[in-house]
Design a protein around this ligand. Structure first.
Ligand SMILES: Nc1ncnc2c1ncn2[C@@H]1O[C@H](COP(=O)(O)OP(=O)(O)OP(=O)(O)O)[C@@H](O)[C@H]1O
Length: 487
């Protein structure tokens, strides 16, 4: 921010405690945000990040501690937070699916009212989307349910930054790039910098440490409900950040499988009309689906699943398992326990004469709880009592606990912390070595690089196939754009 503009306290949460039953979600945490700064907030899954966001956003009243807005106002609650210029883009997106984009803007922006609000709302979002994501292809007159998850994320971000009467003072972005490809994420981070340079504040929560390090002025690290570090971003690098979070930094021990395309394919899909590359998968391969977001990767996975399993009912011996990326829409059973969410795809293996062996079910879910570190005191707790990243781990465990030889993954690491990601990568490699095949759509280049073979999608079809050392960012980017050539 311009150094001549004096900084002001926008919001402060001091010594805040929040407990959910026996779980201490916040245990005396303090977070102060000044005008003109981007504060990066990081921590393991379940560290308390979303909870402190809910406290400063006014949605949750802490059992202990003080919240102040603008250095003085002690009014509490969502209305006070909004009146103080605080806006929040939630991790679980909160747009109303049956409303248009303009109608959602009307719901989120209370000062968008009076005659002509619909027209003004449409113009506002159109302008804001173009400013943050220049060149986007969203039809601003859409109903939200017709948008992809990435487009919904972009719209919610645009509405949150939009100014009707006054522009927001603080925008909280809780994992804002989890569904965005690298290009859109870079556009958003550049916009965040422009916003704070002109006096606005952003609280940025992300498990993608690169964007935290490159975009934040200051980084706050949380662990087990406490703030364990609060220092200028220049004091950190990736290793220091990971260690402060309490995770172990692992050296890159990842080895691509040397065995690609051996034996008969376990899966073979002819190319679409006009395209020339067949999607094939062989036993023990980890195959990446790459390319710009929304170019048909998720649809390809859904088609593969439905072609193999016929429908979405759990099959006795599933040929394929599916790890959903949009967990709210097609991942979690929100009224069920963690245990039931985990075991639903393996019921056949857990049953004796069609009756579920609850002891075995418990044992299997306990072993996954430990293996993938699902942070809960009790697997019988509701799935929604878990933090977002921990819910995603349950979806992983659900698929891996099946006997399916092929596992389809739709950008499945959304919101998973860096320590757990490394563990999951190792599990994937071990499972692939024992003959399982993974088909993995990822919006993160670091993950695409881990794959044995990669299909790059463009306009709904496969535009290129990259193998082994040819899997580079340049190769993926070249193939992602019309006229480009894979490296
Ligand atoms: N409504 C709730 N009921 C019970 N426990 C909850 C509830 N909300 C959060 N928790 C617990 O509080 C702790 C902190 O959760 P929180 O969502 O703040 O973590 P987080 O740091 O945002 O994690 P993630 O990176 O996975 O999003 C977790 O142990 C979570 O299970």
């Amino acid at each position: 921010m311009n150094d001549r503009v004096p900084k002001q306290e926008v919001v402060a949460a001091r010594d805040v405690k929040v407990a959910f039953g026996a779980v201490k979600a916040l245990d005396g945490a303090t977070l102060v945000i000044q005008s003109g700064e981007c504060v990066g907030l990081v921590g393991h899954n379940g560290a308390g990040k979303s909870t402190i966001v809910n406290v400063i956003n006014g949605g949750l009243t802490p059992q202990e501690g003080a919240i102040t807005y603008g250095g003085a106002s002690a009014d509490q609650g969502i209305t006070a937070a909004r009146a103080s210029g605080v806006r929040c883009v939630f991790q679980e997106l909160s747009l109303c699916p049956n409303l248009t984009i303009a109608e959602n803007a009307r719901v989120m922006l209370s000062d968008l009212k009076g005659a002509g609000w619909r027209r003004r709302g449409l113009a506002l979002v159109t302008r804001q989307l173009a400013e943050i994501f220049p060149g986007h292809s969203i039809d601003c007159e859409s109903v939200v349910e017709d948008l992809t998850i990435a487009e919904r994320q972009m719209v919610e971000i645009a509405i949150s930054f939009a100014a009707v009467d006054a522009r927001p003072k603080l925008v909280i972005l809780d994992e804002p790039t989890s569904s965005l490809d690298a290009g859109l994420a870079a556009q958003l981070m550049a916009y965040v910098r422009r916003f704070v340079e002109t006096g606005g504040s952003v609280l940025l929560i992300s498990h993608i440490l690169g964007e935290i390090l490159s975009t934040s002025d200051r980084i706050v690290v949380m662990k087990d409900g406490k703030v364990v570090a609060d220092r200028p971003a220049v004091d950190f690098n990736t290793r220091r950040l990971v260690e402060t979070m309490g995770s172990v930094v692992r050296e890159q021990g990842w080895q691509r499988s040397a065995r690609t395309k051996t034996g008969a394919p376990v899966l073979s899909v002819p190319p679409l009309p006009g395209a020339s590359i067949r999607l094939e998968a062989f036993s023990g391969e980890i195959i990446g689906l790459a390319g710009l977001g929304g170019h048909g990767q998720t649809e390809a996975l859904l088609d593969l699943y439905l072609a193999a399993n016929g429908n979405w009912w759990p099959a006795a011996e599933p040929k394929m398992a599916f790890v959903a990326g949009d967990r709210g829409l097609n991942g979690t059973f929100s009224l069920w326990s963690i245990l039931k969410n985990l075991s639903i795809s393996s019921l056949k293996g857990l049953s004796n004469r069609s009756v579920i062996d609850t002891d075995r079910e418990k044992k299997v879910s306990e072993s996954w709880r430990k293996r993938i570190e699902i942070r809960t005191p009790d697997m019988h707790n509701p799935i929604l009592s878990l933090s977002g990243g921990n819910q995603q781990k349950v979806l992983f465990a659900r698929a891996l606990a099946t006997t399916a030889k092929i596992v389809l993954m739709d950008d499945p690491m959304r919101g998973v912390d860096v320590g757990t990601k490394q563990e999951v990568y190792e599990i994937l490699r071990a499972e692939a070595a024992s003959g399982r095949t993974f088909i993995w759509y990822s919006t993160e280049m670091d993950e695409i690089r881990l794959c044995d073979r990669v299909y790059v999608f463009r306009d709904g079809a496969i535009a290129a196939e990259l193998v082994g050392d040819d899997i580079t960012e340049a190769g993926v980017l070249a193939a992602s754009f019309a006229g480009g050539e894979a490296a």
